[in-house]
Design a binder for this molecule. Structure first.
Ligand SMILES: [Zn+2]
Length: 138
């Protein structure tokens, strides 16, 4: 008997039967695989739908006059005639100061404060007392 032959006969076959390795799990992600774990998925902010409704009629600027003016109250939406408060404005003080200088005394200083044309007309709603706007003489 040949030693080589003996070796061949006594040794197990050079290959070992290996159990079939389990197949990789099928991908359930189809064409959209999940991103790598290292990459942060940008959070998609929820869509905010801005509804721009057409301006309500009450949003239109109200044309105010120097006196009580018929208007639609933007607060209580009533058709009203504004109540007017005349308040001194910067122009009132300027005219008063000018009269004071021109007249040389303060005799005429009060005049602008008595003249509606030198004051601002603040319009208010007589129903809800809401401030509607100011009219200033140009
Ligand atoms: Zn009102």
């Amino acid at each position: 008997m040949d030693a080589t032959m003996e070796n061949k006969m006594g040794l197990p076959p050079p290959y070992e039967p290996t159990a079939p390795s389990p197949a990789p799990p099928p991908s359930y992600f189809g064409d959209n695989p999940p991103p790598p774990a290292g990459l942060a998925v940008p959070a998609v902010p929820p869509r905010t739908t801005v509804i721009t409704s057409p301006a309500a009629p009450s949003d239109r600027p109200i044309k105010l006059g120097p006196g009580p003016t018929g208007a639609s109250c933007p607060t209580c939406h009533k058709s009203i005639v504004t109540r007017v408060d005349f308040v001194p404005n910067t122009r009132t003080h300027i005219v008063s100061a000018a009269l004071c200088v021109l007249a040389g005394c303060c005799c005429g200083c009060f005049v602008p404060y008595c003249m509606r044309s030198c004051k601002s007309a603040n319009h208010y709603c007589p129903a809800c007392k809401a401030f509607i706007g100011t009219y200033q003489h140009s």
